[in-house]
Design a protein around this ligand. Structure first.
Ligand code: IVH
Length: 736
């Protein structure tokens, strides 16, 4: 139906997990190849049913793929064990039980072969070279497209009118989901340009990531079932008997291929039959890139991230680029598809029994894997928050080996019902912290441990843990808790705080255990000679650390405010406060009302700041920091010692952007990201991280992420070139 269940089978990424049949302990396998193959077929059948019939997959695609791959390996080593009903013997690999009327595809919807590394892409190019000896493969045009992770769909238009939508099914027969697909806003009911009498368009129905997150948030708030990922949410939304349910789900569609074409284009009647490939520009298209352009002109959505490139090296570079930016895209992709652009060559290359030879999928490392949850523990953060986390059997996911994953809070553990000993799905996307999605409960799950309960005492200091009514978090309220102490100092020294190089968690633990520091102010009393007596600390590293601490004294007030770890005060709020008050002296004596009067500072931040400066221990640390020579003013703010500067900055910054919100993406010449934001804020504007209908303009610098630009275009928000940022600041108008 979609994703990998169509028979794309990647190499096992982590041998330990790939070899493990979910739900069973990995033990030395003494079964014959025929027995192993039969067991795998049974298991694959079980997961197919979960996925296709019950719409409730238990294991991530990568694990399912590993099962099919293992079966394929056994069958290739022992061809005598192949059975005609083996999932490896079908185009799609996965027979689908029909919930809707069956639709037979006149041209089968095939699968794609996979590449995971450059050599596999090169091997594909070698095959092209052998099959097309008269073609220069070095300069061959290729279309590189995002491999959207959704549900493959075939749309049929007759005389420009949408008449049918069918799922891929087993590749030969799919399901009629016309009524449901008709509710997808971006799928045109009438094409905008003349098209062949019968036109079949192939593409992917998907749920944009932001909309998926909102849908899940709403579901969670209502206490209803959430979806594990946008692909499952998309598939589940499509397989609804009642189209009004589908209509209520934020589905979208990208067209990526022309399926069947029949009949002349109205304007071209009497001319060339559309069964023959036409000249560039008209129907039928001669190239894949022209096909995409024709589909787009007809009003079908085509991904703006598809590119035509020359040669396999350029295609590989584009695949890597898409991989690097995969989380900037507003939709999930699990790879890139590289296609020969010239459609005449498609006919020459043909297909194997399951995949065309003119295309290959370059797959990215999976972001969901299953592994064993060994233990659930609780960590104490700098604010005393107790966060449960999972200790895992190490698993390779999202590009690195993961040992620990967050479980967020008590309610999340209860909702997910994960227990020590369970097989669990672990999700890790890019730089985001790894997360446990849920347990994998199958027919083979044996007896489980009892449900996990939150500890009543802090694991670091033994004080009671408390959860306030109406809050989801649990806290250790002992301000002297050693764990909080360490985390406060780590945060103080972190990059967004005082940025003290060489002072990570391990080093801080060492300093606290040696009794050299107990709070951030103590850092400024460290001496190189004493430090050098510590383990793994030579004379040079000691001097470097003391120098790094010394130079952190000159960080502006806004950084000091972040470093102090006041709840809810991040870099943006800290900058607004620092600019408004100018000095720590003015700020620390302001009451909540005065603090809340600062633009960009709400009641939550204001109360939190006022509360911070009312705690005697905090006041002592701040006084000592001042006495030890830490800077307490903000450059650019009007020098004041009393009340706040008028919100929005000093007299040198005219409030050209008052009330306007300007989003920056990419690098702007002459500005760091922080400086660009500060320049906007100092002119009375706001610089949030996301684009909305209310955004005044999006400024696009070098190497921007495409998500913000996409969103701006979608919402009609003006896009300003980075070179005109100064003009925007000066005039407060979008440069014409
Ligand atoms: S071309 C003959 N292009 O990836 C197959 N597929 O196994 C032609 N997919 O489920 C497919 N994005 O739905 C093609 N730009 C793209 C795609 C794409 C996603 C999916 C497709 C299928 C799987 C391929």
């Amino acid at each position: 139906m979609s994703g990998s269940r169509d028979g794309d089978v990647p190499e096992p990424v982590h041998a330990g997990v790939a070899a493990e049949v979910p739900g069973k302990e990995a033990a030395p396998d003494r079964r014959t190849p025929a027995e192993r193959a039969a067991a795998l077929r049974e298991l694959i059948g079980y997961h197919n049913e979960r996925y296709f019939v019950l719409d409730s997959p238990e294991i991530p695609d990568a694990d399912y793929d590993a099962l099919v791959r293992e079966l394929r390996r056994i069958e290739s080593e022992h061809p005598e064990v192949i059975t005609p009903d083996s999932p490896t013997q079908h185009v799609g690999g996965a027979p689908e039980v029909q919930l809707f009327a069956p639709v037979r595809h006149r041209i089968p919807m095939m699968s794609l072969d996979n590449a995971f590394e450059q050599p596999e892409l090169d091997a594909w190019a070698d095959r092209l070279r052998r099959q097309l000896p008269d073609v220069d493969i070095e300069t061959l045009d290729l279309s590189v497209e995002p491999k959207v992770d959704g549900v493959a769909m075939s749309l049929t238009y007759v005389d420009g009118r949408f008449v049918q939508a069918a799922t891929r099914g087993d590749g030969v027969t799919g399901e009629d989901v016309t009524a449901n697909v008709a509710t997808i806003r971006v799928v045109p009911h009438e094409l905008k340009t003349p098209a062949p009498h019968h036109l079949e368009v192939r593409g992917e129905v998907y749920m944009p990531t932001a909309e998926f997150a909102e849908l899940n948030e709403r579901a969670e708030a209502q206490g209803s079932k959430t979806f594990a990922n946008p692909r499952n949410a998309g598939a589940g939304s499509l397989r609804q008997k009642d189209p009004s349910v589908t209509a209520s789900r934020p589905l979208s569609f990208w067209a990526y291929q022309i399926g069947e074409i029949d009949g002349a284009v109205p304007e071209q009647r009497g001319g060339a039959s559309s069964k023959r490939r036409g000249a560039a520009g008209g129907w039928p298209p001669g190239t894949q890139s022209a096909a995409l352009a024709l589909l787009e002109a007809a009003g079908l959505p085509v991904s703006p991230d598809a590119r035509k490139v020359r040669g396999v090296s350029a295609a590989f570079a584009r695949c890597r680029e898409l991989e690097a930016h995969r989380h900037d895209l507003p939709y999930e992709i699990d790879g890139a598809v590289v296609k020969v652009d010239d459609l005449a060559l498609h006919e020459r290359l043909g297909a194997t029994s399951r995949a065309p030879r003119w295309a290959i999928a370059f797959k990215f490392p999976p972001e969901d894997r299953t592994t064993r949850l060994l233990e659930i523990m609780v960590s104490i953060g700098r604010t005393g928050r107790a966060t449960p986390f999972a200790v895992l059997d190490p698993v390779f996911v999202g590009g690195s080996t993961v040992h620990l994953a967050t479980l967020h809070n008590e309610d999340q553990v209860r909702l997910k019902d994960v227990r020590p000993g369970d097989l669990v799905v672990v999700h890790k996307a890019g730089d985001v912290i790894p997360e446990v999605v849920g347990p994998v409960l199958g027919p083979d799950t044996g007896e489980r441990a009892p449900p996990w309960t939150f500890p009543t005492e802090c694991p670091a200091c033994g004080s009671p843990l408390t959860r306030l009514p109406g809050e989801s978090d649990t806290y250790c309220t002992n301000i002297d808790c050693p764990s909080q102490r360490v985390q406060r100092i780590v945060h103080f020294a972190s990059r967004s705080g005082m940025d003290i190089e060489g002072l990570g968690e391990e080093r801080v633990v060492q300093l606290v255990q040696a009794g050299m520091v107990a709070d951030p102010a103590d850092l400024y009393l460290l001496q190189a000679e004493r430090l050098a007596s510590l383990e793994r600390m030579g004379a040079i590293s000691s001097k470097n650390l003391v120098d790094a601490v010394e130079s952190s004294k000159s960080r502006p007030l806004s950084r000091l405010l972040v470093a102090l770890g006041i709840r809810h005060v991040g870099p943006t709020g800290a900058r607004a406060l620092a600019r408004a008050f100018g000095s720590l002296g003015a700020l620390r004596h302001a009451d909540a009302g005065e603090l809340a009067a600062v633009e960009g500072v709400g009641a939550v931040i204001a109360d939190s700041v006022a509360e911070f400066f009312s705690v005697p221990q905090n006041v002592t640390v701040v006084d000592r920091l001042i006495a030890l020579g830490v800077r307490t003013d903000e450059p650019g703010a009007a020098a004041v010692s009393g009340g706040p500067v008028p919100p929005g900055g000093g007299p040198e910054a005219p409030r050209t952007l008052a009330g306007k919100s300007v989003v920056v993406t990419g690098t702007l010449e002459g500005y760091s990201r922080e400086e660009a934001e500060a320049a906007i804020v100092s002119r009375g504007g706001k610089s949030p991280g996301t684009v909305s209908k209310k955004t005044f303009a999006v400024v696009v610098g070098a190497t921007p992420g495409s998500a913000k630009t996409h969103k701006a275009e979608e919402l009609g928000v003006p896009v300003v070139d980075g070179s005109r940022f100064d003009e925007l600041l000066e005039s407060g108008q979008v440069p014409g």
